[in-house]
Ligand binder design. Sequence first.
Ligand SMILES: [Zn+2]
Length: 265
Amino acid sequence: MTTPRIYKTEAIVLRQRKLGEAGKIVTFYTPNYGKLDAVAKGVRRPKSRLGGHLEVLTHSTVMLAQGRNLDVVTQAQTVESFAPLRSDLHRLSRALYTAELVDRFSPEGAESYQVFQLLLATLRRLATARDVDTVVRYLEMQLLGLSGFQPQLARCVNCEQPLAAMPNYFGLAAGGVLCPSCGPEAAGSRSLSLNALKVMRLLQSGSFAAVSRVRMNLGLAQEIEMHLRAYLVHVLERDVRSAAFIDRLRREDFWEPAGVSSQKD
Ligand SMILES: [Zn+2]
């Protein structure tokens, strides 16, 4: 898409980094221009009119002027600030993980309105849902699909036989499920329970409403998270940094008396 010299767009802030004395480079995800970096001048000064509208995870309307190198933010107005994400570390950790995944999966300038919608819906769900981890599993599977890395869950990826209702295998390099004959031979394959396969299929082709009706025990939720996380790391060829934040919160919670929320800085 060719962009006019000055243009207005909706944008969700994925990340920021400092630039010079008082500026920042802000990485946005936009509906029509995909991921884009823009310069926000003077935004770190206390009196900046832009600052509050460009915080990470904010959904804003921004006005951008084409620059020689990066575009420059000239105006910004918050549409949704997702306040609950900022006051609850569990919600915040999942939202930051979401932003990092979308950032990693999105090449600069490759537009995807569906990714924008998925990101926006995920942040809204994370701000309100009781089960934030299911929100994240749905995001992971949907994002893999939209990025062309959809794991094959219908048949064995190797022999193409339909899968029997029994434990199978999940193969990272194979890119999907392997039957009990092919699974043990494949490098890096791990056992996949029937229930995990069913939920993963629903994550791939069901609506979020359908997924959120599924009741999972902790063991099943952990199994699905383990498979998806391993597959994401395999596809991205690196760790997802914010996953460590989620893990740390879970470990610390273990030591806290029930009912005490973790409000640590
Ligand atoms: Zn097979």
